[in-house]
Design a protein around this ligand. Structure first.
Ligand code: MSP
Length: 506
């Protein structure tokens, strides 16, 4: 039996190009999926088989896109075709392992949204809405500030306009208590501090307007049986997850982890969960929320001209370097400042710790390609092994909460310890001595552990190392083997792969 799971990323607005923030969500979701795929137990003596689906795509309807198309004097469909394609190209350049790329303008999704609407219809009523509306956030806002006679959203400082219109409302308040209880009793929201933010939002909610007058928003899916209204773009967009989960080639519900950035927590934790309750569908097992990348400690924005283009930066430094840099340096719960000049320093630690260790211990100068096992261990070796195992436990803990930054840091600690041991014992002087075998064994174990641990972030490079060590992916690669093992037999040649080109540090 294959264990299957669905992981999702948000779908991206098509009003601008893919930037490092979008990439971050994508890399994090992929790392979470890859870790899940190797977090496998033994079943009848064999590692269980796992397969993940990872969905992503583009969010193409709504006023934001309609206005962008007007501004560019383009048909919205052409705009969405163009930008959706550019997202895909960027993802492909980075070799992102998504399995489904959805566009909200595609017919099967449009059908799913209409069916979703019908399913929750008993919680929908006709109403009227008056209030300040942020075009940019596609949202009526309750928290706003007034400046120079104009109104702006409190959180994101976006200009708002006063809008009165007839529309359909969803009984969000009906689900308030049920949802509160679920969120409090499960650990769906990660990191856990997101629970309080969400409970605060839940305390303030009113019923939600889920349609727009077609006169104002014509670029959207029409409300079934009332074509004077288009469906609120967030209901349309959030349903993309179900479009994927219910597809014949997937059939997995609920999602295992939904990865999102901090700005869209309310839409997922409150709106999406309530829609699912209304529909009678299970809620996602986990919603993993990450902080944002800023530049010069300010928000990236087109108007400030400080947006870091995803494709350009990848071409400049290499796609795997950017992937590594973003996950290695972003604190999960907080915002992080993107400083381009730090990329080389940060990325070169891979060459210095892992690449270097491979080269200095397994090139033909030291290693003779003969099979070897663990020789006798000294008292100091045992102390080191205990430290390595303690670090492994920490790595697993960090990864299970989506904190790749600290898992990567701990993995480097293991590699640094191995390099220190090799230096201290001067491995290059040990040819022909019994100790060389044990030393090589300890190093091989540290490299094996680091290859499993770096795998969710650098899958291709780590597969190359695993192949070099002659590890069998389906037998040897699992989180349960992320600990020092004294009982392996290594049998690999002395031609280690050169994995890293060091970047010039300025
Ligand atoms: N279209 C909506 C999501 C609908 S999901 C049903 C949307 N799109 S977005 O393009 O604005 O953002 C997509 C993802 O990128 C979100 O998770 C968002 O948090 C993330 N990021 C956007 N800017 C970011 C940074 N500066 N840094 C990190 N992530 C960022 O919201």
């Amino acid at each position: 039996m294959i264990k299957k799971a669905l992981f999702t990323t948000p779908i991206y607005y098509v009003n601008g190009k893919c930037h490092i923030g979008h990439l971050h969500t994508q890399f994090l979701a992929e790392a979470v999926s890859l870790w899940w795929s190797i977090d496998r137990n033994l079943e009848n003596g064999k590692l269980e088989k796992k397969k993940f689906y990872l969905s992503t795509g583009t969010d193409e309807h709504g006023l934001k896109i309609q206005k962008e198309a007007e501004q560019r004097k383009m048909e919205p469909q052409l705009l969405t075709d163009e930008i959706s394609k550019s997202f895909k190209e960027t993802f492909d350049f980075y070799k992102i392992k998504y399995t489904h790329f959805i566009r909200t303008t595609q017919p099967d999704h449009v059908e799913t949204v209409k069916k979703f609407w019908k399913k929750i219809e008993s919680d929908i009523y006709q109403g009227e809405y008056q209030g300040y509306y942020s075009v940019s956030d596609e949202n009526f806002v309750s928290d706003y500030i007034e400046k120079d006679g104009k109104v702006y959203t409190k959180d994101s400082n976006k200009l708002c306009e006063w809008v009165t219109e007839k529309n359909y409302k969803f009984k969000l308040t009906k689900y308030k208590d049920q949802l509160k209880k679920i969120l409090q009793e499960t650990n769906m929201l990660q990191p856990p501090e997101k629970l309080n933010d969400t409970l605060h939002v839940l305390n303030e909610i009113t019923d939600l307007s889920i349609s727009r007058s077609i006169d104002r928003v014509n670029w959207g899916i029409k409300v079934p049986e009332d074509h004077s209204q288009s469906i609120y773009v967030w209901l349309d967009a959030l349903t993309n997850y179900y479009t994927i989960g219910s597809r014949n080639d997937v059939q997995v519900w609920p999602p295992e982890v939904q990865v999102i950035g901090k700005d869209i927590l309310k839409f997922h934790a409150v709106y999406w969960n309530s829609f699912l309750l209304a529909h009678g569908l299970e809620l996602p097992k986990k919603i993993l929320v990450h902080g944002h990348w800023k530049v010069g400690n300010v928000k990236m924005s087109k108007s400030l001209g400080n947006v870091v283009d995803g494709l350009e930066i990848g071409k400049k430094y290499g796609p795997e370097n950017i992937r590594y840099f973003l996950l290695r340096n972003a604190n999960l719960a907080e915002d992080s400042d993107f400083i381009e000049s730090e990329i080389p320093f940060s990325v070169n630690e891979l060459a210095d710790n892992q690449g270097n260790l491979l080269m200095r211990c397994f090139s033909s100068k030291i290693h003779d390609s003969q099979p070897f096992k663990c020789g006798s261990l000294t008292e100091n070796d045992r102390i080191l092994i205990k430290e390595i195992n303690d670090l492994c436990v920490k790595i697993k803990g960090h990864y299970s909460t989506g904190d790749f930054r600290h898992g990567l840091i701990k993995t480097h600690e293991i590699l640094r310890k191995a390099n220190q041991l090799v230096d201290y014992e001067k491995i290059w002087k040990l040819k022909g001595e019994e100790r060389l075998i044990t030393l090589k064994y300890i190093v091989a174990e540290c490299i094996r552990i680091s290859a499993i641990s770096f795998y969710p972030v650098l899958p291709e490079k780590m597969e190359t190392i695993m192949n070099f060590l002659k590890l069998d992916f389906d037998k040897d690669v699992s989180s349960i083997y992320l600990e020092f093992d004294e009982n392996r037999t290594y049998n690999f040649d002395n031609n280690p792969p050169r994995l890293y080109e060091k970047l010039k540090e300025k």
